[in-house]
Structures are given as structure tokens and as C-alpha cells.
Design a protein around this ligand. Structure first.
Ligand code: DGY
Length: 313
């Protein structure tokens, strides 16, 4: 039996690529090249597309695949996929939510603890030999503090659960109040920032949330407040954040994500009140394997009975 032909945009985990190759005839597209001529010639051959939150699937790519029947993406974020176009063409889009909630929530708390207690900066202090001659400055207590969550979705809820172990009070801001949340709703982000000691960004990316955390929100968070971002760099106005960190108008920030990854504005490197991670919130062996399994399962289930297991909403 001939294997269904799948186009893969960008490289994926090696074990995912091997699993794909067992069941499909896969061609890998280099996302850094102009593939339009190649697609015009070969695009008709593919019935499936695999990609990731990072590389997405833009309208031009979807339209270059006239026989495309299914998209299966590695990641929970799907703002880089033209879901509306896929829907118009009746193409289901599978993705990998939930399996990464715990690891992303752990990373949010890791960043929160690191920036408040200044662990990474203290590590640098020890390595530089400064402990021999000086005392490390006092830091900020975490337990009993107020945690504001922007975006009380799947990941936001797990972050809130972690917070209860630290005896923190939690409030959240969403577009809409949730009927079933045990936590208080703040109708405005500004109100949430004013109230919170720690503001964690856990909302989805995309045009609707672009630069939601702006200079005004940072001002409201104030000189004792900390910002944590494990969602998308686009949700925070990076220039405003840099100014606020430089001028001590907020206490610190823990960032796993940036607006133009993998570029990180060099100005961040000079600041000691910021912790920088290379977008690794879900990057544990266990979670990435679970995400890979779901990419395969979404395809398997589509080719078996016409529906991906977990489709974007
Ligand atoms: C996701 O799954 O969307 C993560 O941010 C990795 O890109």
C-alpha cells in the first residue's frame, strides 16, 4: 500500500520524524527558503501537512497544497497557522494542548522564584567569587503574595494550582469571567496589574493579545511588581518592558518568550533583574514525547476515520 504523502514544514523532534516516516511518505520543507517554485510543481502531491507552533502554516502554503486534507501541528499555540483558511477549505487542524500544561506551569513558577529570589543572579555572584568578599543582597519573599494571571485557560489554571502551595492569593483577567473559577475576576488588566505582586502572562498569542502588557500595565504593576511571561513575546511591549526594568519601574521579569525569537534584544543582557530562557517551557523529554505522540495520533485518527483527535477550537 502506498503511504500518504505528508509535507513537513521545518524540523521536528527526531523521534517524531522517525515515527512519521514509518507511516507516511514525508518531505521536509526548509522554512528559511523560498519554496514557491518547488511547491507549484510538487504541492499537489501532499494530503497532509505537519508543522509546529514555531513554523505554523500560512495561507500561501495551505493554498499551494490543493489536495491537502489534514494539518497536524506540534504545539499548543496556533496563531501562526491560518486556521480560518484551513476551515474554509474544510481541512481539520490538529494540535497538542493539555499534555504540556504541567511543564509550562512549572516553568512559570521556576521563573517567578528565580526572579524574586534572584537565584540566577546569585549563581553568577558565587561563580565570580564575590561571596568571598561580600554579602548577597536581600530578595523578595514569594509565599503569601498576590498572583495575577492574565489568561485563565488550561495553563493558567495549573499555574493557579501551583500558587496554592505557596499560600498565594490568585486573581485573573480574561476577556470574559469564567463561571466556574474559584479565583476572583479582575475586569481590567490594569486593575489586575495594580493588585498583583506577580503578573503571569498565560494568554494565547496572535493579533488580539498583541502588546496587551504595555507601558501603562507595567506602571500599574509598579516598582515592587514582577512580570512573568510563558505565553508569547508578542503579548508584551518589549521596548516598554526594557525601559521599566532599566529604570526600576518594575522589580523584575522572568521571560521564556520574546517577540522575534530567537532574537533577544541585547539590552536585556545588561540587566540583572531579568531571567531569560530560550522558549523551553514545555521542553522536557516526557512532555515533548507526549506532544509528538499526539501529532501522530491526530494524523492516525484522521486517516482512520476522518477526524483529528484534538482539533483547534
Ligand atoms: C507551544 O506549544 O505553543 C509552545 O510555546 C512551543 O512553541
Amino acid at each position: 500500500m502506498t503511504k500518504p504523502r505528508i509535507l513537513q514544514k521545518g524540523r521536528l523532534l527526531p523521534q517524531l520524524e522517525s515515527a512519521l516516516a514509518e507511516n507516511y511518505d514525508v518531505h521536509v520543507l526548509d522554512p528559511d527558503k523560498d519554496n514557491s517554485a518547488w511547491l507549484a510543481e510538487h504541492g499537489h502531491a501532499f494530503v497532509g501537512l505537519t508543522s509546529s507552533a514555531r513554523y505554523g502554516a500560512e495561507r500561501a502554503l495551505i493554498d499551494a497544497l490543493p489536495n491537502l486534507r489534514v494539518i497536524s501541528s506540534f504545539g499548543v499555540g496556533y496563531e501562526t497557522i491560518d486556521v480560518a483558511r484551513a476551515r474554509e477549505r474544510g481541512i481539520p487542524v490538529g494540535y497538542t494542548p493539555d499534555v504540556l500544561n504541567d511543564c509550562v506551569a512549572d516553568t512559570a513558577f521556576g521563573l517567578l522564584m528565580d526572579v524574586a529570589r534572584r537565584f540566577s543572579a546569585a549563581d553568577r555572584f558565587v561563580r565570580r567569587g564575590e561571596w568571598l568578599t561580600g554579602q548577597y543582597p536581600l530578595t523578595t519573599r514569594i509565599s503569601g503574595k498576590k498572583l495575577g494571571i492574565l489568561g485563565m485557560g488550561r495553563i493558567g489554571r495549573v499555574i493557579a494550582r501551583r500558587a496554592s502551595g505557596f499560600d498565594m492569593e490568585v486573581r485573573y483577567h480574561n476577556r470574559r469571567e469564567l463561571p466556574d473559577s474559584p479565583h476572583a475576576y479582575e475586569p481590567t488588566l490594569m486593575g489586575l496589574a495594580r493588585w498583583a505582586d506577580f503578573l503571569v502572562v498565560a494568554s494565547a498569542g496572535g493579533p488580539e493579545t498583541r502588546k496587551l502588557v504595555d507601558a501603562g500595565v507595567l506602571e500599574a504593576l509598579g516598582p515592587e511588581g514582577f512580570l512573568i511571561n510563558i505565553s508569547r513575546g508578542s503579548v508584551v511591549d518589549e521596548a516598554a518592558l526594557l525601559d521599566a526594568l532599566r529604570e526600576g519601574r518594575i522589580a523584575g521579569a522572568g521571560l521564556d518568550v520574546f517577540d522575534k525569537e530567537p532574537q533577544v534584544p541585547e539590552a536585556f543582557f545588561k540587566l540583572d533583574n531579568v531571567v531569560l530562557l530560550p522558549h523551553v517551557a514545555s521542553a522536557t523529554r516526557e512532555t515533548r514525547q507526549a506532544m509528538a505522540d499526539l501529532v501522530i495520533e491526530n494524523l492516525r485518527s484522521f486517516f482512520a476515520d476522518g477526524r483529528v483527535k484534538v482539533a483547534v477550537p
